[in-house]
Write a protein that binds this ligand. Structure first.
Ligand code: ADP
Ligand code: MG
Length: 620
């Protein structure tokens, strides 16, 4: 038998290893930006074309490299950052594995120009497939200018694996934000396809957060700062009212390295408990600094996970620090009037509320009508009180109990519905033009049917209707659309703009007419007919929010997610009063659906109460 094991050729080994470090253009962005930071640059520019697929370039004014180093840096495990195992526990630089440049050179066409301040001339190297094509002396600025072209040109399988330009750009933006948030003292710029997307002047953390996330946060950030011998924490959390339905703006850095930690995220959330809705996420940009020997960043090649020597201490500390910051902010809620200087000027706010004034106020007619009305609402059922109508929907039913009809209990119906079985036939819904509908708590619609009544959940039912309508539209059926009365412009954060760009073709099919209007600005010219005038902008913003929220749900395609988000978003909400006509239309449209009994998420859209069931409940 012959031996069969061989060593892989270097460039193949490099390509395989590269896969771990460089998964997509954004991974290269992270590595190159971090190298520039490690080289102590004060200005770093990122330039990409085609979302990094054709060009990805980072220019820094850092330390530069000698001629030999410029050649060496592309070798695997070539690093200037650690020398022995001891060093590994004291790493203060972002990189230390010496793998990034070797990986990049294995999967792209790379050109580097670099010069140290003490050298008159720099070095220029071209390398491709890990093979040096050219090395020469050249004139160039101090610092390093590295560009990689045609990422994965030699690994078509990986190239094909890349997502749409918009999706890849989103990843790049995200990496850029992570690095630039961590180093606000460095100037960063980012250009994509010849347009400058970010221009971040050096400043402090708060300044940087606002530059990146938007001016609207200026008055919305609470400073967190606690120092101990063991660790320091600083940064900002958003005031509770900035909490969003999506886990968007949450950044945690340990020794300036962006990390993902469900555990520490939980610590932050716990500190916010009871201040924000359960399903919402607070903004935070937090930096934890501690002795590098207390953390192990060597867990994963892309280094987003981290192990702490004593995780529990860090958890408790993070939570306490944020609670402290939030408490300071909320013990004096009135100080929050600083948000609006005009309000603060008002006499009523400025002057203390004296006993005299109080008497005058409670004596006023306004006060009286207000309090009386309030009482009336609770004490005497007025003409339109809900109770009055209870009789009507019993008398509305014909009273012919269907013998042998399925004996339906609410719970069993629910179970069937969530399983998705279609109970359409068993629900004998006949639109009766003369029957009255009754709205309960502005949330449920009571509709009489021949042998009982239905309790329709207005939002879930409407979601079902819209979902089927949008699905039909996605399959080519024309959808009613409307022109906006006034085209509305929409300015988006860069990441959101990239997302919207990605969704535009689908949105078009679904009735939105949205045009690009320079940089990250869009114009909404038309919307599906369900969108209320004046609500165009909000509807798109909300859609993006929900889509992001949903985007972890990988079992659905992008289009399916969009359909579901749109249906959810456009559905009438609990709390909205409906007219007879609206309730009737809703009920009718629901029962024209293919699956009227459940909302897209599987929850029942209505419950059915049959007369025989009711009678049994009443012991008859
Ligand atoms: P690591 O960052 O883990 O050391 P890299 O492959 O990213 O590994 O880089 C290899 C080495 O090349 C670095 O240790 C550093 O000495 C040098 N280097 C890389 N990028 C730059 C840069 N922008 N400026 C100066 N030196 C650089
Ligand atoms: Mg590096």
């Amino acid at each position: 038998m012959t031996d069969i094991i061989q060593l892989l050729p270097d460039n193949l080994a490099n390509q395989i290893a590269a896969g771990e470090v460089i998964q997509r253009p954004a991974s290269a962005v992270k590595e190159l930006l971090e190298n520039a930071v490690d080289a102590e640059a004060t200005e770093i520019k990122l330039i990409v074309s085609d979302s990094g697929k054709s060009l990805l370039q980072v220019i820094d004014n850092g330390r530069g490299m000698s001629e030999t180093d410029a050649r060496m840096c592309f070798e695997r495990h070539a690093t200037s950052k650690i020398k022995n195992i001891e060093d590994l526990f004291h790493v203060r630089t972002m990189g230390f594995r010496g793998e990034a440049l070797a990986s990049i050179a294995a999967v792209a066409q790379v050109e580097i120009k670099t010069r140290r301040a003490e050298d008159e001339l720099g070095t220029c190297i071209e390398i491709e497939n890990s093979v040096v094509l050219k090395q020469e002396v050249c004139a160039c600025n101090v610092g390093t200018n590295i560009s990689m072209k045609n990422l994965f040109f030699s690994v078509p399988a990986r190239r094909n694996f890349l997502k749409s330009n918009a999706a890849e750009l989103r990843h790049i933006v995200e990496e850029f934000i992570r690095v630039s948030l961590a180093f606000p003292q460095i100037f960063f710029s980012f250009s994509s396809n010849g347009q400058e997307v970010f221009h971040l002047e050096a400043g402090n953390v708060k300044h940087r957060i606002i530059q990146i996330l938007g001016n609207q946060y200026t008055a919305k950030l609470v400073s967190v700062k606690e120092e101990t011998d063991y660790l320091n924490i600083y940064g900002f959390v958003g005031k509770p009212d900035t909490a969003r339905k999506t886990r968007g703006e949450q950044y945690l850095f340990v020794n300036n390295r962006f990390i993902k930690s469900a555990y520490l995220n939980h610590a932050v959330m716990a500190a916010f408990e009871s201040l924000i809705a359960k399903d919402s996420f607070p903004l935070y940009v937090l930096f934890i600094d501690l002795d590098p020997s207390q953390v192990d960043i060597n867990v994963h090649p892309t280094k987003q996970e981290i192990k702490f020597e004593d995780e529990k201490i860090v958890y408790a500390f993070v939570q306490a620090a944020i609670k402290h910051a939030l408490a300071q902010f909320s013990i004096s809620p009135s100080l929050d009037f600083t948000l609006n200087p005009e309000i603060q000027q008002l006499e009523a706010v400025n002057k203390p509320f004296t006993g005299e004034k109080k008497e005058a106020a409670t004596g006023s007619n306004l006060y009286k009508t207000f309090t009386q009305k309030h009482q009336a609402h609770f004490i005497e059922p007025d003409e339109k009180s809900e109770l009055k109508h209870w009789k009507e929907f019993f008398t509305g039913s014909s009273g012919q109990a269907e013998t042998g009809a399925e004996q339906l209990s609410v719970t069993s119906k629910q179970e069937e519905n969530t399983k998705g079985s279609t109970q359409l036939q068993t629900t004998n819904y006949k639109p009766q033009t003369d029957s009255t509908f009754f709205q309960l708590r502005n949330t449920y619609i009571v509709a009489t049917i021949e042998d009982g009544f239905l309790l329709i959940h207005q939002q879930l039912a409407h979601e079902r209707i819209l979902y089927e309508r949008y699905t039909a539209a996605a399959n080519g059926k024309q959808i009613p659309a409307q022109q906006s009365l006034f085209p509305v412009t929409l300015e988006l954060a860069v990441a959101d703009a990239a997302l919207l760009e990605d969704l535009l073709p689908d949105l078009q099919v679904l009735g939105y007419t949205i045009g690009h209007f320079g940089k990250d600005t869009y114009v909404i010219q038309g919307t599906p007919a369900d969108v209320l005038h004046g609500n165009e902008k909000h509807s798109v913003e909300l859609l993006l929010e929900q889509f992001k929220h949903f985007s972890s749900d990988m079992k659905f395609s992008k289009r399916e997610r969009l359909l579901r988000c749109m249906a959810r978003q456009q559905a009438i909400k609990p709390g909205q009063a409906l007219t007879q006509k609206e309730m009737q239309t809703l009920a009718e449209e629901l029962f024209q659906c293919n699956t009227p009994n459940a909302a897209p998420n599987g929850n029942p859209a209505y419950l059915e109460f049959k007369e025989d069931y009711l009678e049994r409940m009443f012991g008859k």
